[in-house]
Design a protein around this ligand. Structure first.
Ligand SMILES: Cc1cc2nc3c(=O)[nH]c(=O)nc-3n(C[C@H](O)[C@H](O)[C@H](O)COP(=O)(O)OP(=O)(O)OC[C@H]3O[C@@H](n4cnc5c(N)ncnc54)[C@H](O)[C@@H]3O)c2cc1C
Length: 394
């Protein structure tokens, strides 16, 4: 028999990546009296799989939230504003252009290398009262009780909490332990990411170009650089990854063309298999899913973390409204109700975009080019796209 009671927390967050760490910080900003723990499998957050070499496009609405939680002030100096987004289809007539000026906004969004976010959150959470970090650690058993969740870690330590939030990414083990199931649709594509150096200024322009090899996104970064996201079919990915840096730069230049200027050099590459993976439930007894554990979407439209930011804002609001019953049935139902619509819209729209722009048929090409042309000509069609890009529509 154990002689010590398990340590009791208000919330335990499984997974201290982008979504889990941001949630911990936002919660403790809103409710400093809470006791929160993170259980993270990796010893160092900065070098974790979540805070790797990728860059993300943050919608203006996500930046508003980061500002509200006191994080943007530490990130802004490393972020690059997106003032214009150009969407085009290589070899076809269609194109669309969105600009912040048209919508009287300072920017449509910002691009940030996620390692900066990892470093900031690591520093801030390390000194935050109410915060405990178990790392490296994983949950090996989840045992639900009426008022609490009882957790056993793989090293034998035991914790209890009113609410377990699972934010372990798309391949979460705790999600399965807690009894959630998922629906998965592999895209048979990988995303290759790298930074490209330019001799010219990028004028804060982002590009999304649909090419015969697959969609290419270029996001502007500080210091005359683009962050590249290149979607490649599974059967071609090894060949592209094996190119040396000069050959890879030439390949991207040839595939994209010269609309965004000349690419001088390429940095380190990484690649990710792509699937749509959705959990069939958002919550169970005293458990909530968040971020990629709840919804993993294709990066084509840069929506994954922006969606997670809205999960976080909602969960913080619900915890704040229910401090005497954190993790209770009513609170979790409200979180689920509030998130389902947004997740459905974004995952369906992203999936439709992948199918439309990965299809080589002439009918599909005509349809997407008519769509892009119509958006250029008609503000009524463009506005929803711009609002989605800025994160002000769900
Ligand atoms: C190429 C690419 C480009 C993208 N671009 C954008 C973009 O422009 N805009 C955008 O909004 N989104 C973008 N995304 C999506 C974004 O990266 C994800 O939405 C985000 O990383 C999700 O964060 P997360 O914390 O939910 O999951 P993850 O980043 O996967 O983090 C999960 C964390 O949980 C930990 N963990 C895993 N298993 C366990 C376990 N069993 N126990 C304990 N800890 C565990 C991991 O170590 C990690 O720290 C992009 C994604 C890709 C692949």
């Amino acid at each position: 028999m154990k002689d010590t009671a398990p340590e009791l927390f208000d919330l335990v967050i499984a997974g201290g990546g982008m979504a889990g760490s941001t949630l911990a910080w936002a919660l403790l900003q809103a409710q400093p009296q809470l006791k929160v723990a993170i259980v993270e499998q990796q010893p160092e957050q900065v070098s974790s799989v979540s805070f790797d070499s990728r860059s993300i496009a943050l919608a203006a609405a996500s930046v508003d939230l980061l500002r509200q939680w006191g994080l943007w002030q530490g990130l802004e100096k490393n972020a690059c504003a997106i003032n214009t987004i150009n969407v085009s289809d290589r070899g076809h007539f269609g194109k669309a252009r969105l600009s912040a000026e048209e919508y009287q906004q300072p920017a449509l969004g910002y691009v940030l290398e996620v390692e900066h976010m990892g470093a900031l959150l690591t520093d801030k959470l390390a000194t935050k009262t109410g915060m405990t970090r178990y790392a490296p650690a994983t949950i090996s058993d989840i045992s639900p009780q009426q008022q609490l969740q009882h957790l056993t870690l793989a090293d034998g330590r035991e914790l209890s909490c009113k609410l377990l939030v699972i934010a372990e990414g798309g391949l979460s083990a705790s999600r399965a332990l807690a009894g959630f199931s998922t629906a998965e649709k592999p895209y048979q594509q990988h995303a290759i990411i790298a930074n490209l150096a330019l001799p010219q200024n990028h004028q804060h322009t982002a590009w999304e170009r649909f090419t015969e090899h697959g969609p290419i996104a270029l996001l502007p970064l500080p210091d005359k650089r683009y962050s590249l996201v290149y979607t490649v079919a599974d059967d071609a990915v090894q060949q592209v990854m094996q190119l040396d840096d000069a050959a890879f730069t030439a390949h991207i230049q040839q595939a994209f063309g010269y609309r965004a200027g000349v690419f001088n050099a390429t940095g380190k590459r990484a690649c990710y298999p792509l699937s749509l993976r959705l959990s069939t439930d958002v919550v169970r007894h005293r458990v909530a899913l968040l971020g990629n554990s709840l919804h993993s979407v294709h990066p084509i439209a840069g929506q994954g973390f922006n969606l997670a930011m809205r999960d976080i804002a909602e969960l913080v609001a619900q915890v704040t409204a229910a401090t005497d019953d954190i993790g209770g049935y009513a609170m979790l139902r409200r979180y689920q109700q509030a998130r389902l619509h947004d997740i459905g819209i974004v995952s369906n729209a992203t999936d439709a975009l992948v199918r439309l722009f990965s299809n080589k048929s002439r009918t599909f090409a005509l349809a997407r080019n008519m769509g892009l042309l119509a958006m250029t000509l008609c503000d009524e069609l463009k506005r929803p796209l711009a609002e989605q890009a800025m994160g002000y529509r769900s």
